[in-house]
Design a protein around this ligand. Sequence first.
Ligand code: SAH
Ligand code: SF4
Length: 342
Amino acid sequence: MEKIILSKLSKDELVDYIVSNNEKKYRAEQIFSWIWAKNAKSFDDMTDVKKEFRAFLNENCLITDCKIKQRQISNDGTIKYLIEFKDGCVAETVLMRFDNRANLSMCVSSQVGCKMGCIFCATGKNGFKRNLLPYEIVSQILLCQMDTDLKITNVVFMGQGEPLDNFENVTRAIELINKNLQISIRRMTLSTSGIVPKIYELAKNNLVPTLAISLHAPNHQIRKEIMPVEKRYDINSLQRALIDFSNQTKDRVTIEYILIGGLNDTDKCAGELIEFLKDIKCNINLIPYNEVEGLSDFKKPDKKSSMRFKYLLEKSGKKVTIRLERGADIDAACGQLAGKVK
Ligand code: SAH
Ligand code: SF4
């Protein structure tokens, strides 16, 4: 008989399952808390659950059927996991610890591969395999918590895949992360390459994470050269969607902009970007291009030109940050997640 995967269940569903197997409701609550709050690795860890019922759980259930296939630790403390799913597919997930210990951010994958084909990104290079299921997304966090015995505080959908191309599963995963892992929606960010109709849909969700947009160019010409999605949903329709999104949600969006030396980091681009963002309530996050082996011959911009670009944008009054590079020595930085087994 197939085992029941408990990380698929909401609290009510878990209670129903446990009660229908002749146990008390409080027993279900203990188990729920062991899985989601106390990082139990196995049912035998659940010491306040009586032995006979632990035996029942061992026989009939699994916390998750996803596994850590490989773990790499960066010099800066970033940990990259290669997660293997039941069908043998793999995806990467990254734990970032910032100096401030209260912030433990998990960068999760939403798909195996990606259809979007952005030319600067390692994930798209090997094409698309499949969508991840809600529990497969959540299991990335659970497995990391079990491995480190830490409690994740923030989740960013910035791993492999285009989250808005897997809308329903990502929406359900957000619910599980919020309700089961007790992570506030304010501590979740979803990054998209710009699937315009889904941005309108996301604004109507029950739980709406902070939206980050991979803009990467100030105009149609440059954007279509590096992001095929621009041919379907162009930058003007994206602009309207972003204005609508921040009106609906009363939230600022984050504009992600990879700085690629000589391509989109000129003074002219900065000027056009300011104009483009004029009516959008946003913060800007500049990402110095991370070189990806065997991809394009794009160059990382030098520090001085990144600082200049930042300075030019700041004159518009918007908040501009340069993203700290994490885990580049283990290919865990933005754009480097290829899901390859070494
Ligand atoms: N698919 C989603 C989310 C994952 S990517 C998206 O594209 O938004 C997380 C961020 O890393 C995106 O902004 C992406 O464009 C950026 N990125 C991709 N390749 C990169 C590279 N080589 N260097 C720096 N950032 C990169
Ligand atoms: Fe997919 Fe995002 Fe990579 Fe583009 S940048 S190929 S959308 S993962």
